[in-house]
Design a protein around this ligand. Sequence first.
Ligand code: ADP
Ligand code: ADP
Ligand code: ZN
Length: 218
Amino acid sequence: MKLILLGPPGAGKGTQAKRLYDKHKLVQLSTGDMLRAEVASGSELGRQAKQVMEAGQLVSDEIVIGIIDHRIDAPDCKSGFVLDGFPRTEKQAVALDEMLRKKGGKIDGVIELAVDEAALVERISGRFTCAKCGAGYHDKFQQPKKAGVCDVCGGTEFTRRKDDNAETVKARLVAYRQQTAPILPYYKAKGLLHRVDGMAGLDQVTKEIEAVLSRIKS
Ligand code: ADP
Ligand code: ADP
Ligand code: ZN
């Protein structure tokens, strides 16, 4: 199964993508994570992406399309994947269809996580991640069971993203509104769009996504 999780920054895409991996072994393909790895490695591509990301703008279509085109050829993607944070522009959506067509596949469903803009700033400002295993947490909504210790791996170091500040969030929301939200009708017209209430609690959102999966499969 090949899915897309679509929604504004902070909507819960990464959180739900990880759960889809745990339950269905659908590989999480997060262009944000891939770009942050490039930045951390100091590669030429990372150098190009760094400032754009810190400003809350979108990295060029060519760069992210190239990254995804390469990544989905890896053996672990054969049995299915969840795209998290890609596509983010109409050009990326069209390029994705084209690359999958060439490889003999297609998108099975697009799940929109709908969240009020007012809630996103709080979600993003409280977000933190285990430095060792990448598990995601929130100061208020998803605290580790034991304070300061990762539930998954026992790690005690956590990181916060540089672009998760109130000012950059505003720019990222503008980018979402202007460049990403317009691709919703593209998928709606193909009959692939499923809307899930992303304002609900974490487990309820997971339940609704599972219900969508059953519908897609049947
Ligand atoms: P995205 O990948 O869409 O940017 P994340 O999955 O990283 O979003 O979620 C952003 C933050 O909000 C995280 O700290 C996460 O723990 C928290 N979060 C995710 N889903 C919910 C939810 N349904 N209710 C409350 N908090 C949530
Ligand atoms: P979030 O879901 O919280 O907005 P991501 O981790 O998906 O964050 O993305 C972080 C940043 O990486 C974006 O603000 C953007 O600069 C860049 N980025 C990630 N995916 C894409 C993409 N598909 N196209 C362009 N830029 C991207
Ligand atoms: Zn951990």
